[in-house]
Design a protein around this ligand. Sequence first.
Ligand code: PBG
Length: 327
Amino acid sequence: MNLTRRPRRNRKSEVIRNMVQENFVTVNDLIYPIFVLEGQNQALEITSMPGIYRYSTDRMLDEIAACVDLGVKAFAPFPVIAENKKDRFATESFNKEGLFPSFIAEVKKNFPDVVLMTDVAMDPYSSDGHDGIVDNGEILNDATLEILAKMALEQARAGADIIGPSDMMDGRVGFIREYLDKNGFQNVAIMSYTAKYASAFYGPFRDALDSAPKFGDKKTYQMNPANAREALLEAELDTLEGADYLMVKPGLPYLDIIKSLRDNSHLPIAAYNISGEYAMVKAAAANGWIDGEKAMAEVLLSFKRAGADIILTYFAKEFAQYLKKIS
Ligand code: PBG
């Protein structure tokens, strides 16, 4: 055959393949979401997320030390709040002495260089299991903003580097930005959950925090999975309101949205490879149906290829171990 173009020439050997490789995942790209428990010496595995544990602060400090050794230095903690501390207004979320601010301060004291991106949303603390105040079955937008801002301020005071509003209320980025600035926290950044979809893949996370909605669903605030243009509208608003990073969540079913934000924004773009995506890979691997390690590496690479700068993933530690093993 007389073919002028033979793309296979560039795949001929490992050295050549490495030479022409377009995208890479490194430990610098990763943020590790972690789950924090009350108490001492507690470790509770999440059944639907094999290998992921909820730890009390003391045990989590050991876990963070192990991750830092592997090069993973950014974390996104979520608090597990006891049922008797939950109420309609998520009051516990702005308790200075609460589990979460204490945890943040403890991490920053022990690891000043570690970056903490802290979650702002009512659901871990809400007796209704929603991200906003529930009033007669309706999720109130503007009244919720006040709570989110108070929560963000306590996290900033405790030492958070990046605030991560995951609630999808309208106007929250601007409202939180203004509140932080007014209180002297101009240097605390905001990573907005910009395009957060009403997804079936959040299940294992809600198991981890026991935070599933007590009634209804989250479709009046999280986005419809059928929509793409709407993500650009959210991105435009978050950018105008002062977001420092834009995030897409979930990751795998929304690679097109990551690409679209990448092409339409100058801000860093993050992808959240969420709990259900982690669970899928783990379940298939446990059954011997796929090679879990290779699937993990391929999934993470897909986010970089789509244009993400940052990946939030439960694979962070395992991927860092894998990189070390293959180097
Ligand atoms: C809610 C929140 C959710 C996640 C992070 N913050 C789930 C939800 O909207 O119910 C999910 C993360 C994951 O599934 O890994 N504020």
